[in-house]
Write a protein that binds this ligand. Sequence first.
Ligand code: V47
Length: 364
Amino acid sequence: MDSFIKKAGLGDILEKVQDGGRLSIEDGIRLFQSPDLLAVGYLANIVRERQNSNYAYFIYNQHINYSNICTNLCKFCAFGKDKDSDQAYEMRVNEVRAKVRERLSEPISEIHMVGGIHPDLPYTYYTDLLKVIKEERPDVHIQAFTCVEIAHLAEISGLGTAGVLEDLKKAGLGSIPGGGAEVFSPRIRELTCEKKLSGQGWLKVAKTAHKLGLHTNATMLYGHIETLEERLEHLNMLRQAQDETGGFLAFIPLAFHPKNTELSKLSRTSGIDDLKNIAVARCFLDNFPHIKAYWVMIGQKLSQIALSFGADDVDGTVKEEIITHMAGAETEQAMSRDQLLRLIKEAGRTPVERDTLYNVINSY
Ligand code: V47
């Protein structure tokens, strides 16, 4: 096996991976540039196996997008709408309550809730959302509000980042999802999402959350106008932040979907790039416990294959995914537990139903 990696010109990276050494930015770029996908996947699989043995995780979760009204209007996003758009929506708190009630008979352990940066909803709206969810489902873990939303709430509440996180925690917030990271590079942000919180700002919110005992995830939106160097810089900043706090649970590469966005002339990502993003992230982010292959974005079939390319998690049942579907995703909007079990078992992994913090709910 090792000779096949050496033949691919990746012998030195294999040694680092086997010895638990740290990859450089240049190593990461070489992996992306390697024409030998199987060699890159083999390396990622070594790291995955060391970190997560043969387990592959999924969660029984529900997504709620409380509003798509957004002042940022990023060029890569088809979900966010101006307040005056006829496609704009905003759920009342009781509508969110009803969404939770609708599915009380299902064994949902996590509610994943994000929205846009709304120009005028008051801060109490957000704490009320958390409270009504907890009233309906006291045991559910609420993973809500990206670091970008948290920065907005810190501003409108006047509480500051740490203050607002403490307050949201009291109202029922359990952890923070990984969205809004996009690509940290100021060049990319300037060109695609100039109004959005900066990369440094995003990292500051995540690190503050970690210091208060709140776990967060991290994402990278790839496959638009970013360079390989910018991808690796992004991963490097995440790895440094994780060295400082240890608070990230999972990294999720997000495949750009161009339809209905201002970047609609770009093509969709290829299967090779999707797998490479997972594999390179697995090799490079040696201090991240989990790499998620989000089936909504890369499809059920590719997320199954990703379990041999560094991923150890496929997200979950999801239900009612809107953000990617507005941008042309052709995947289903939900998967059942049985479908997830089959997907994982057929990939040769042992399925584990987890909660948000990766505690085991059921193993199979
Ligand atoms: O923040 C926006 C991205 C994110 C597009 O933390 C797009 O476990 C692709 O972050 N094509 C939302 N991506 C989704 C997200 C997420 C999903 C599942 C699990 C977790 C987690 C996080 O989607 C946004 C943005 O970065 N996005 N537009 C698009 N056209």
